[in-house]
Design a protein around this ligand. Structure first.
Ligand code: PLP
Length: 407
């Protein structure tokens, strides 16, 4: 029988049994609408409040600074569009376009949101380059700051290559800029204060996400990367920030996100984030890192393979490679036949295979970038699964290379 090995945890994770059992009563027993002032509503509200505290606890934030959404994409849209709309309505006048600084390797949720704001003429955007390891330079961020810059948005961990960005250092630099801006505010109106957003979707399980340590004003996350279900996310917004909600209707989520709350999923996210940080979570991270390093060492023994991303500044669960002479998509299919699920960095766009925008930004030529394959682990990954994969992989590589046309 073929073994089944799931190495696509950066795409989504299994819902953990503890999360599922916490959620279950909220479907059929505690099913009240949390906005209703009767006991059914109160019970549901209690579940939401507890989850808000669980998320706030991990972020070192106040519960009133946590807003539940449907996913990281929605959180990111709300963070960027909500802030830009607020910035245009205040301060130096609606005639001046607010400026956003972001990077070329962000998830499409950030890139497409920024492009949308540009297209509507609501903001101007600088997309910063990265180095060969996928790292953004703090100096580049600082140099890109202009008088009308209102937002810096840099992801915490890149989802394709796992590189950890220097969020703490960028946060410190922004704080310094804001101190200068604050000083220039008096006696006449000065420059807008810079806000800092990070997409922590791939970081939340493994990295310190204390918002004060990071120096961020907004942080986006999603549940399904940390063993909660798909369809639930959260956005942290520092108290006192001006934001305009992007979904109009009722007064749910402290008035910032209308729509009846998805109570079971909110409860699930709360439990999942609590579990991610409970007990000896650093030991769990270390175990995943050790398995990942074993996988990396084994894969690099195959000729014509190269690790992408940073060798040390790398999240514990992601290992990404390029395989010379191999299409990532072919590898994905062949490994799938062996029961192994991985992901390819390529995105299938209108019938043609586009090389990953992340690898391209890292200076990897398109023909090499096409051979990109990502392995992503979770707390459920076992030594046995790593060994099985390392046993199967050389043969798969050999077979694909044999079939590839010689150039
Ligand atoms: N940001 C990053 C870094 C991600 O990896 C993902 C998901 O792949 C997202 C944002 C979007 O998450 P969701 O699909 O839950 O909105």
């Amino acid at each position: 029988m073929i073994k089944r090995v799931y190495f696509d945890n950066a795409a989504t994770t299994q819902v953990s049994p503890e999360v599922l059992s916490e959620m279950t009563p909220y479907f059929s027993q505690i099913y009240g609408n949390a906005s209703e002032p009767h006991s059914w509503g109160d019970e549901a509200k209690k579940g939401i409040n507890q989850a808000r505290e669980q998320v706030a606890d991990v972020l070192g934030a106040k519960p009133s600074e946590i807003f539940f959404t449907s996913c990281a994409t929605e959180s990111i849209n709300l963070a960027h569009k909500g802030l830009i709309e607020a910035a245009r309505g205040e301060g130096r006048g609606a005639s001046e376009k607010p400026h956003i600084i972001t990077t070329q390797i962000e998830h499409k949720a950030v890139l497409e949101t920024c492009k949308h704001l540009e297209k509507l003429g609501l903001a101007e955007v600088t997309y910063l380059p990265v180095d060969q390891y996928g790292l953004v330079s703090i100096g580049d961020v600082e140099k890109a700051i202009k008088e009308n810059t209102v937002l810096v948005s840099v992801m915490y961990v890149n989802n394709e290559v796992g590189t950890i960005e220097p969020i703490v250092e960028i946060g410190k630099m922004i704080k310094e800029v804001n101190i200068t801006r604050l000083a220039s505010r008096l006696p006449c109106k000065g420059l807008p204060l810079l806000k800092f957003h990070t997409d922590a979707t791939q970081a939340i399980q493994y990295m310190d996400c204390n918002v004060d340590t990071l120096g961020v004003d907004m942080l986006s996350m999603t549940g399904h990367k940390l063993h909660a279900p798909k369809g639930i996310g959260a956005l942290y917004i520092r108290k006192g920030m001006s934001m305009v909600r992007q979904q109009d209707g009722g007064a749910q989520e402290l008035g910032l996100r209308a729509g009846t709350e998805n109570v079971p999923y909110i409860v699930g996210l709360g439990k999942a984030i609590e579990l991610a940080r409970s007990g000896k979570w650093e030991d769990r991270s270390e175990k995943i890192e050790r398995l990942r390093d074993k996988l990396i060492a084994g894969i690099l023994k195959i000729t014509g393979t190269k690790l992408t991303g940073h060798s040390e500044k790398r999240a514990p669960h992601i290992a990404s490679f390029v395989f010379e002479g191999i299409e990532g998509e072919a590898m994905l299919l062949y490994l799938s036949e062996e029961g192994i699920a991985v992901s390819s960095g390529s995105a299938c766009t209108s019938g043609s295979l586009e090389p990953s925008h992340v690898l391209t930004a890292m200076g990897i030529p398109p023909e090499i970038a096409h051979g990109s394959v990502r392995f992503s682990l979770s707390k459920y990954t076992t030594e046995d699964e790593i060994e099985y994969t390392l046993k199967v992989l050389p043969g798969v590589v050999k077979r694909i290379r044999k079939m590839a046309p010689k150039l």
